[in-house]
Structures are given as structure tokens and as C-alpha cells.
Ligand binder design. Structure first.
Ligand code: ADP
Length: 476
């Protein structure tokens, strides 16, 4: 059995703010059939520590970059979990990265440097370390500079290259890296410290969460300043699609929805429940849903702008999300102007997100960029047809209902080129026309519900990559 340590700042069901948590939570079961045993290390936020009651102490640091810390190990809901119990860093209410008012914790750099340092120090007990995003990215840098044995390889997965962990140069001293690490081949990044940059420079291999995104990050448009490094590392970069966990996202077994179903006809009772929950008019016209962070990345500024001018005839919209305060306000105002036609819930609500997939006819995803995206995969599984911008993982997972795909009977959704807000309107109009032809719509739903986006294929890809990287290290 190959032992790996998966290091991330979120893991479903312990702590989740987005897709990262779902993927990190599903990964151990995805690679287990391939002889890989994964332990997942997360920060000891209050919600994590609540689940670590019977934990064993694996290691202690009197001074982990300035504060004391302990590493705890426990089995939580069948997962092998390591939690970094470091109250000065992680025993805080509000979000994992932000205060209650939505602003970043001012010491995020130190918090996640300490987290990565601890993970690097523990990695010797494993055959490989798999780090996720900027919060865990310094693991590879610490290991290059002597924290733990450099013989253990590491890989890093880019879930979103826009979040980079970029700090002023003053932070460097607090990281306790040797002066040699202040170098453009390591953590130095445009005169400051770059956590993700360091990880991408030092890890043995890199994965991005879809094949399209793995290519896109090499371009100036999507690389967010790291495209040059991603071109240099192109041969060590792999695109591996996220899967979905069928134990959690399956309309035939989901206990969070009104009525379970195996075919799209079973969605009707859920649609009625969703209309009632949101106070929407009852109706047979298509009900679009949005389940999303309300941010620029998700194209929510374009949707809010476009909604402003709509008569809202022939379709309705239910939105669940939170994020930018200005966008939250814009959606609330749209709902106030169109009572019964647009309804909005601001907040994070996991059970409601399931009912929205079950009750919605279509899920709208107008992302500016999308590394993989999970809500379109949940939409496919639930017969909630994805209507999505043609970018990143969205274009890898949805087959647009163009005439060729329709003739071949393989379409699963609507993909559209998104440049201006009106493009969203045209996509909605196209979706409404497809919906009006019931036989055609049912086929699109059926195709999506039958598509296999489980972890079967991607689990095998990760396992193969772990072995390839470990073998390469062993031979070096
Ligand atoms: P990202 O990770 O960029 O936010 P993904 O589509 O990869 O986007 O994953 C988003 C995840 O978060 C999905 O599981 C989605 O259902 C969930 N989600 C997003 N916003 C909310 C919300 N307001 N309430 C509940 N779940 C949400």
C-alpha cells in the first residue's frame, strides 16, 4: 500500500467554502481502489477540532513559526485525518480565511506557512505528499530547504490559480527559510513572497483540475501572472478532472431533497418544493437556479447587470450564494423588483444547494474562468441542465446542444461564449427554446443523468501519477 499525505485548507465534511473541500474529501476513496492509502491534513479550525475528540497526538512543536502547535490524528467519518491543533493560528470563529466582515485574516501568510511547515515536517512518514492550492503550497519549498527528507516527492494541484497567497517581502523572514529561498526559482514573486509560485516551482509534478484549465493557465489571460512558470513546467503538468462523490450527490439516494428520483420526471415535486421555499410563483416555465460564490470569477456581475433590464417573462430564477457585498445587494434588488419571478437567498446552505439541483430545470454558470467546476457536474447528475460559459472545466464536461450534438443525441447542456452581459440573455433564450420541446429537453436531461462523472477514471489517473512521480524520485 502506498501511503500519501494530502494537505489542504478545506475538506468536506469537516470544513467547506467551495469545490476544493468536495475534491479533497472525495480523493481518499477515489485512490483507495488503486492501492493508495491517503491521510488528509487540515488546519484545526473550531469545526475541525470538534470532531477530533479521541485523537492521538502525533507530534508537538513548542514554536511553529512563533506559536505552539500539535498534530492530532483521528478517524473522522471513515477518513484518516490529521488536524494541526494550533489555537493561535486557527481557533477563530468566522471563515477559514476571512473575518465575519469578509476581509482576510491579516496573518493568513503566517497561518498557512505554519500549516505547510508542519505538513512538510510530517511527510517523512509517507511515500508522497499531495498539496492543494496556495495554502499548502509551501510544503514543497520547505522540503527543498531541509524540513523533512528531500527524498519524499510532492505534487501540487491547482484548484484555482487566481488565489496565489501573495505577500510583501517582509513576510519572508517569518517563514524561517534560508536566504537562498529568496530567489525567483523559489518563493520570490515579483519582489514579494508567492506561496503558490513557490509550490509550482518546487513540486515534482503539477496537476490542474481539468485538461482545458491545465492548458489555459499557460496563457496570459488565465495564468494570472504565473503563465510563464506554467509554460516552463508544462511537461510536468497534468490535467485531471474532478469527479463527484455519488454517496453525497445522487438524486436516487439524496436525503436532503424533497423527493428522490431516478428519472427527470421525478423532479416535479422538488420543483414545487423549491418554488415554495423561495416564494416563487408556481409554474411550468423553466426555473433557472444559481448556486455560487457571488464573485467576479463566477460572472455574477454580468448576470446582475443583465437581470436589471429584464421583463422576466417565460422563466424564473432562484439564486443561492454569498460573496461580494455589492453583488449580494444587486441580486437582492433584482428580487425585490421581480417578486415571484426572481428570488435570492444570501448565505451558504449545503442542504438547500441539493434541493436547488433537484428542483431546478437549469443551472446557470456564467463563469469568467472555471478551473473545473462542480455545480455543473451536480446539475448533470440531477437533471438540472447546465447552461455555462465555454471555459475551463465547463467546456470539458458539458456537450453543447448544437445541431450536430442534437442530431447525434448526445447533448448534455448549453455552452456559450461569454463576452458581454447580453450573451447570458442569448443563452437563456436558447435554453428556453430547448425546454419548450419537451422530448428534446428530456433527452438532454437523460444524457446528463447517465454521464459518468464519478471518480473512477480520475482516481486511477491520480494513482498512476503518484506512482510515476515516486518511481522517478526513487531512480534519481
Ligand atoms: P468554487 O470552488 O470555485 O466555488 P465549484 O463549482 O468548484 O466552485 O464548487 C462550488 C461548491 O460549493 C459546490 O459544491 C457548490 O454546491 C457549493 N456552493 C457554492 N455556493 C454555495 C452556497 N451559497 N451554499 C451552498 N453550497 C454552495
Amino acid at each position: 500500500m502506498m501511503q500519501i499525505l494530502s494537505v489542504a485548507s478545506e475538506m468536506f465534511p469537516l470544513i467547506k467554502t467551495g469545490g476544493l473541500a468536495d475534491v479533497v474529501g472525495a480523493l481518499p476513496a477515489a485512490v483507495a481502489p488503486h492501492g493508495i492509502s491517503a491521510t488528509t491534513m487540515v488546519p484545526g479550525y473550531p469545526r475541525v477540532m470538534d470532531r477530533m475528540a479521541n485523537a492521538a497526538v502525533v507530534r508537538e512543536w513548542p514554536d511553529l513559526l512563533g506559536h505552539s502547535a500539535r498534530l492530532l490524528a483521528a478517524q473522522v467519518d471513515g477518513h484518516a485525518v490529521y488536524a494541526l491543533d494550533a489555537p493561535d493560528y486557527f481557533d477563530r470563529e468566522a471563515g477559514p480565511y476571512t473575518r465575519a466582515d469578509g476581509t482576510d485574516w491579516p496573518d493568513n501568510g503566517r497561518r498557512f506557512a505554519a500549516f505547510a511547515y508542519a505538513a512538510a515536517a510530517c511527510a517523512d512518514d509517507f511515500d508522497l505528499v499531495h498539496t492543494h492550492d496556495w495554502q499548502a503550497a509551501l510544503v514543497a519549498v520547505y522540503r527543498r530547504y531541509g524540513v523533512g527528507s528531500a527524498a519524499i516527492p510532492s505534487i501540487i494541484t491547482i484548484h484555482n490559480i487566481a488565489f496565489q497567497g501573495r505577500y510583501d517581502a517582509e513576510l519572508f523572514a517569518a517563514l524561517r527559510l534560508p536566504p537562498a529561498a529568496w530567489h525567483s526559482g523559489d518563493v520570490e514573486y515579483y519582489g514579494g513572497v508567492g506561496f503558490l509560485k513557490g509550490g509550482l516551482a518546487c513540486a515534482d509534478a503539477i496537476t490542474a483540475v481539468s485538461p482545458s484549465y491545465a492548458r489555459e493557465v499557460r496563457t496570459a489571460e488565465f495564468g494570472m501572472g504565473l503563465d510563464g512558470l506554467m509554460r516552463v513546467r508544462a511537461d510536468d503538468t497534468y490535467g485531471i478532472l474532478n469527479g463527484i462523490d455519488p454517496a453525497i450527490w445522487n438524486p436516487a439516494t439524496d436525503t436532503l431533497i424533497k423527493t428522490r428520483y431516478k428519472t427527470a420526471a421525478g423532479k416535479r415535486a422538488n420543483k414545487r418544493a423549491l418554488e415554495a421555499y423561495f416564494g416563487l410563483e408556481r409554474g411550468d416555465d423553466p426555473l433557472f437556479v444559481v448556486v455560487s460564490r457571488l464573485t467576479w470569477q463566477k460572472g455574477m456581475h454580468l448576470l446582475a447587470e443583465w437581470l436589471d433590464s429584464q421583463p422576466m417573462a417565460g422563466w424564473r430564477l432562484a439564486v443561492l450564494g454569498n460573496g461580494d457585498r455589492v453583488l449580494e445587494q444587486a441580486f437582492m434588488q433584482a428580487a425585490a423588483r421581480h417578486p415571484g419571478r426572481i428570488a435570492v437567498k444570501i448565505g451558504y446552505n449545503e442542504p438547500l444547494s441539493h434541493l436547488m439541483q433537484a428542483g431546478g430545470d437549469a443551472i446557470l454558470i456564467p463563469s469568467q474562468f472555471e478551473p473545473c467546476g462542480l455545480t455543473q457536474l451536480y446539475g448533470l447528475a440531477y437533471g438540472c441542465v447546465p447552461v455555462a460559459a465555454r471555459t475551463g472545466g465547463l467546456s470539458d464536461t458539458i456537450i453543447d446542444a448544437n445541431p450536430a450534438a442534437q442530431a447525434a443525441g448526445v447533448a448534455t447542456g448549453v455552452l456559450f461564449d461569454l463576452h458581454v452581459a447580453d450573451d447570458i440573455g442569448r443563452a437563456i433564450a436558447r435554453t428556453c427554446a430547448l425546454y419548450a420541446d419537451t422530448a428534446q429537453w428530456r433527452q438532454i436531461q437523460r444524457n446528463g443523468m447517465r454521464a459518468d462523472f464519478s471518480w473512477t477514471a480520475s482516481g486511477a489517473h491520480y494513482a498512476a501519477l503518484y506512482r510515476r512521480v515516486a518511481d522517478r524520485r526513487a531512480r534519481a
